[in-house]
Structures are given as C-alpha cells and as structure tokens.
Design a protein around this ligand. Structure first.
Ligand code: PMP
Length: 355
C-alpha cells in the first residue's frame, strides 16, 4: 500500500473472482461460463473487416446493440442501456441510486459484488440473511427504506423467486428502486421485464456472459423506465462513454439476434443440469433446486473444502466459498455432458466408491 492511498480505501476488501487459469488443461466449472462458444453468426460478425476498423472509437451510444436488445424485449430504446459487463451497470447503479450513506438491501449470501460496491460507494449496506434452507424470504423485503438488489435466480444458490413474490416486493416499495439482477434468468426462471409497464421502481439487469456465451466480451445491459435509464446513462457518459468496444457491440448484437443458437445451447445446459443433479443426488448429495447454469451442492460425507480440493487435484475446478452458512457447499457450473461425467467419476473416486 502506498502512502498516497486515501484512508477510506485502506480497508477495502476487493471482490475475489473465481480462479481464471492460464492453462487449458482444466475442466473449468468455477465461474458459470457457457461451455458452448459463441455461435457461428456471432463469430462472423467480429471478423475481418470489422477488426480493421479498430482505429476508430466505438459508438458511445452502442445504438446497434441497444436496438437489438430493445427489439428482443419489445421495449423502447430509451429503456435500455449497456455496460462493460453487468458488473459495470451494478457499479453505475450504486453511484446513481445508492451511494454516500443511502441504504441498500440485498440477500446474504448472494453475489459478492453487492457488498463490495456498497463499501466503495459508501452505501449503508443491509445484508438480509437467507432462510435456514438458503432461500430468499420475500417478506423480508416488504416496505423497506432504501434500494433493494436481488439476484433472481440467486447466486450461489441457484434458487429462483416466482413472479408473484417479486411483484409483492415491487408493489410494497413504490418509493424505492428495486434492482433485479437476472444474470441467470435464461436457465429456467421467469424474467420480470413485463413488470416494467407497471412499475417505475423496477430496474432489470442482465448479461451476455452466461446464456449468450460472451463472458470474455464483457457486455451487460439494464432495462427500466426511461428516467431511470437516463440517470444511468448520465453516470455512464460522465464516467466512461466508450464503455463498450467495437467488437463487443457487434458480437453481442449478433448474439441476441441469433435466437436458434441461443435456444439450442441453453436447452442443452438445462438438460445436462437435470441429469447431473440426479447423478449427484444418487451419490448422496444435497442439491438445491437450480434455475441457473450451476448447481449448489453439499456432500453428506466430504467437507466442502475437501471436495473442492479433491476435484482440483483431479484438474476439475469448481467454486468453494468457505464461509458460513455455506461452508459445506460447492458451486458447480454446468459444462458439457462429458465434463459432468468426468466430475461424477472423480466424485465417486473421492467418495471411495470406485469408478
Ligand atoms: N450478477 C450475478 C448474480 C453474477 O453471478 C454475475 C457473474 N459472476 C454478474 C452479475 C456479473 O456478470 P458480468 O459482469 O459478466 O455481466
């Protein structure tokens, strides 16, 4: 730490991303990426001619992408803004709506960045514990007095809220902004985007990192009322107008137009998740009901840490959080069928059941 760092940042605990290995010899099931690469149409959109335009700045409005998203969700384009990953949009949301002493409520455990952003933007963080069975209790979010952020499905549990519960939270918090982080929405839960016609206190955030196979391109988007979106754009244009680069704009716009590839890959992942869940259960695991592209699971016999370490030694990378109340659990991204088969073999070996 240098002598120049402001005091307020000296105790900041940065977000710890999952390991991003430098080699290709691992089965990587730790950061919820899509095992299927970008589709052929997306790849074609960023090749050749487009690469030769990289000396030019990108469109600060990312109009092509904003239009593609607004068409997909049948919204007006003033209801959509884009960011460098949904992480950046979450950061802009904290800056715009929840900084400097404002209260912010979010489930705990949930996505680790909520707390980190609350700290860096000096929000008053109010983590709301999950129930004993690791669910969000919607009653805990009624009639609050600050911004609310809920991941639906939640991470790392994968459990989704239903739309009635989300509507009850929206209608009892008319004067609070409710941010629903739908990073994993395409793997089984219902999006609350249709509520945008009814609730001006709703902001929905989604990403191209999971169901659209573009984690490396860093593209997220927000959908909301025109005024809330204009507030977010005020921050974006003050902070970093060129937040999306040329190639990411093109890749994401094509990815959202390619419905066939999206459906095909997302359905494969859902099918693999269901089969894998049954296999883990047959080995005695508790597996939370997942509407995401990962499962959160606990072996009755191996500790979370031993299971994580045993898999790591067999070149399989999953995510272990090592904190209460989830220290017995690991989070496993759904990869290709063959990845999950290898993981099941390694698990049998670790449980001493032979292959
Ligand atoms: N929200 C949740 C709940 C997540 O798990 C993630 C990804 N780890 C993000 C947001 C951020 O995704 P990205 O910045 O890649 O869009």
């Amino acid at each position: 730490m240098s002598k120049f760092l402001r005091e307020q940042y000296q105790n900041l605990e940065p977000y710890t991303p999952g390991e991003q290995p430098k080699t290709d010899n691992l089965i990587k099931l730790n950061t919820n990426e899509n095992p299927y690469g970008p589709g052929p149409r997306t790849k074609a959109a960023i090749s050749g001619e487009q690469v030769s335009k990289l000396m030019l700045y990108p469109d600060p409005e990312a109009s092509e992408l904003v239009e593609a998203i607004s068409q997909y969700y049948e919204l007006e384009k003033e209801q959509v803004m884009v960011g460098n990953g949904s992480d950046e949009i979450l950061a802009f949301s904290f800056m715009a709506f929840a900084s400097e002493g404002a209260k912010v409520y979010f489930p705990d455990p949930s996505y680790g960045f909520y707390k980190v952003y609350a700290d860096i933007y000096h929000s008053r963080a109010n983590p709301v514990p999950l129930t004993e069975d690791l669910r969000i209790n919607p009653d805990h979010y009624k009639n609050l007095d600050g911004t609310i952020i809920i991941a639906n499905p939640n991470a790392p549990t994968g459990i989704a809220l239903n739309l009635n519960d989300i509507e009850a939270i929206l209608s009892s918090n008319r004067s609070n902004l409710v941010i629903i982080d739908e990073a994993y929405i395409d793997f089984g839960a219902k999006s609350c985007v249709p509520f945008l016609t009814k609730y001006d206190n709703l902001l929905v955030i989604q990403t191209f990192s999971k169901s659209r196979s573009l984690a490396g391109a860093r593209v997220g988007f927000a959908m909301g009322g025109k005024e809330v979106i204009s507030d977010l754009n005020r921050i974006k244009f003050s902070f970093n107008p060129y937040n999306l680069n040329r190639l990411s704009i093109l890749a994401a716009a094509e990815a959202i137009r390619d419905e066939a590839y999206f459906q095909q890959t997302r359905q494969k992942i859902i099918r693999t998740r269901e089969k894998f869940t049954e296999e883990l259960k047959a080995l005695g695991f508790t597996v939370l009901p997942s509407a995401a592209n990962f499962v959160f699971a606990r072996s009755g016999r191996l500790s979370g840490k031993d299971y994580f370490t045993g898999l790591r030694e067999r070149n399989i990378l999953v995510r272990y959080f090592g904190k209460e109340p989830i220290s017995d659990f690991v989070r496993i991204t759904i990869g290709r069928e063959e990845d999950m088969e290898q993981l099941i073999c390694a698990t049998r070996e670790l449980l001493g059941k032979g292959i």
